[in-house]
Design a binder for this molecule. Structure first.
Ligand SMILES: [Zn+2]
Length: 269
């Protein structure tokens, strides 16, 4: 280790102790403090008290793993959120979400208030799955996109699968690419499947849906699903998939009936 690259001897010399008496550990800790005290802004106007707007934090590297005291940089929470927000703004999802957020979700009726509450709750604390089934109309997607937005602003990574087009794309892929695409969907921190089984419920479609959802079920990974089918209707398409969704979304299973649809379409056009 060439310490000279990292130590400013003039700075160390300011301390009472002679430079050559500093132990490696003391130098390491001094370097960590020194880095963490630096500001990312020049005028002291930083917003994040943890990293002072540098975006990262100096931390000691586990001593067991190194032969001498070392330190490294860790992304700050604020950077993770910023990256997620930037990613969202630049994505196609970002354009949709701009208009379909929680604030623009109308709550004229009691049932709208109730489902919005569930969505807000899930956006803050995504435990289990979130299922919205039934009505065709803009309310379903609006609610899911608004939930996705909350999750992203809370630092979660959300993958978006537009069922109909994405499943067709996956089916057309070569084996290796297909595995990669499925891996992404299976392992995503949060996955939103938009319009599950819309127009496409062949055996191959069901197999893909099962592979993704069964993995997420086993790993208990937050998953948001919208579909024009209620859970009962989904059972007639595939019982195994329906039962997994049913179990995981017990607390967040929203069923929009036909009458409700009428209201939604009237209200949101
Ligand atoms: Zn920070």
């Amino acid at each position: 280790m060439n310490w000279n690259k990292y130590i400013d001897n003039d700075q160390l010399a300011k301390f009472d102790k002679p430079v050559d008496e500093w132990t490696d550990l003391e130098i390491r800790d001094w370097q960590i403090d020194n880095y963490n005290n630096q500001e990312g802004t020049h005028d002291g106007s930083y917003k994040c008290v943890k990293c002072k707007d540098k975006g990262d934090i100096a931390v000691p590297i586990d001593d067991d793993k190194t032969s001498y005291p070392q330190w490294g940089l860790m992304d700050c929470e604020c950077k993770k959120k910023q990256v997620a927000a930037n990613r969202l703004v630049n994505s196609s999802l970002g354009k949709i979400i701009k208009s379909l957020n929680m604030n623009s979700f109308k709550t004229k009726y009691d049932w709208q208030v109730k489902i919005k509450q569930k969505a807000v709750e899930y956006g803050k604390n995504p435990k289990g799955w979130f299922y919205v089934g039934g009505a065709i109309g803009r309310g379903k997607s609006h609610l899911c996109f608004a939930t996705v937005q909350s999750l992203i602003y809370n630092g979660k990574q959300v993958e978006y699968m537009m069922w109909q087009s994405d499943v067709n794309e996956i089916k057309a892929m070569e084996m290796h690419m297909k595995q990669e695409a499925l891996k992404l969907l299976k392992h995503a921190e949060v996955l939103y499947i938009d319009d599950l089984f819309k127009k496409s419920q062949t055996d191959a479609d069901i197999k893909i849906a099962y592979e993704i959802l069964n993995h997420r079920y086993n790993m208990d990974k937050p998953t948001i699903i919208s579909s024009e089918y209620t859970l009962e209707q989904l059972e007639t398409i595939d019982e195994a998939i329906a039962s997994r969704i049913g179990e995981r979304s017990r607390k967040h299973n929203i069923k929009l009936s036909k009458d409700t649809t009428k209201n939604i379409r009237k209200e949101w056009r």
